[in-house]
Design a protein around this ligand. Structure first.
Ligand SMILES: [Zn+2]
Length: 291
């Protein structure tokens, strides 16, 4: 302890007692001890304050869906990426979306951002890749239950979730009898409307496949912002197959749910978005494209 005291004695909050020659040793030693303990206390307090400040800065917001752009902007051919994957990592470890110029489907699972390309191959996205539309959140399983064998996509119901008035992040993990999925090819300017692209999109029919469906339930009042109801993407356990789910049939799988009360949206900062007319109801068009 004495050595430690001497190590710190010249620090601003310490006292250099070697100059106090006239003070008797039975007084100096307790003074040294008190000074050392004070120093330790201040140091620990500083570390605690620094740590708590650091935590506040980096704290993950686990109860918020973070969305880039709107589904109606995507329907109107706003395909230029506006947020990069590096930024998205700070907002979620689970989610779905697409990439710059519609270059494949995005699925985010366990913090890994996958790109499902239009030829069906899957690669991990680069941090510099950007997205024109996606939703992510930090997934915390709040509820889970087994889904009935034979259940299809259109048989998923908000009653399974708890309420139809919240955003829910969800995962369906297990075996699927069938998964019908699509991915879209990269587009170039002048961009065709999404409805036009959907007419010729590559569709994959997987059978007896293990994997995870990841996605969201969005409430009816989110119309225009996102796909209302269920929107799920699929990735196989071997990470070799996937896409935007058009339909599935469950074999043996578990539904995991995360109710999220927060919603944050970042709109694109580009001329194409500024000039868009987003006053029209695109619901019918959306049903043809996404379902
Ligand atoms: Zn999708």
């Amino acid at each position: 302890m004495y050595k430690l005291f001497h190590k710190y004695k010249n620090m601003p909050c310490g006292i250099d007692y070697k100059h106090i020659a006239s003070v008797p040793s039975f007084v100096v030693k307790p003074m040294r001890l008190v000074a050392f303990l004070t120093l330790v206390k201040i140091s620990l307090l500083s570390i605690a304050l620094y740590s708590s400040a650091g935590c506040a800065h980096w704290k993950k917001d686990k109860d918020t869906v973070y969305q880039v752009s709107t589904i109606d902007a995507l329907l109107n051919a706003c395909y230029e990426g506006s947020v990069d994957i590096h930024t998205l990592r700070r907002h979620g470890d689970t989610g779905i979306g697409t990439f710059n110029q519609l270059d494949g489907e995005m699925i985010v699972l366990d913090g890994i951002f996958y790109k499902i390309k239009s030829d069906g191959t899957i690669v991990q996205a680069d941090d510099s890749d950007t997205t024109p539309f996606c939703s992510v959140t930090f997934f915390e399983k709040e509820k889970s239950f087994e889904l009935q064998s034979g259940l299809k996509l259109n048989q998923l119901s908000s009653s399974m979730l708890g309420s139809c008035n919240y955003f829910y992040a969800m995962k369906i993990c297990g075996k699927f009898k069938t998964v019908k999925a699509r991915s879209v090819p990269k587009q170039s300017k002048p961009y065709p409307m999404l409805l036009e692209i959907a007419r010729t999109q590559p569709v994959f029919n997987y059978q007896d496949i293990e994997g995870t469906a990841v996605g969201f339930f969005s409430p009816a009042f989110a119309k225009g912002l996102n796909i209302t109801g269920f929107h799920l993407h699929f990735i196989s356990s071997d990470r070799k197959s996937g896409g935007h789910i058009l339909d599935f049939e469950i074999d043996k799988a578990q539904l995991q749910i995360d109710e999220t009360r927060g919603f944050q949206m970042l709109l694109p900062d580009d001329e194409a978005f500024r000039r868009l007319d987003l006053t029209q109801d695109k619901e019918k068009e959306l049903n043809k494209v996404e379902k």
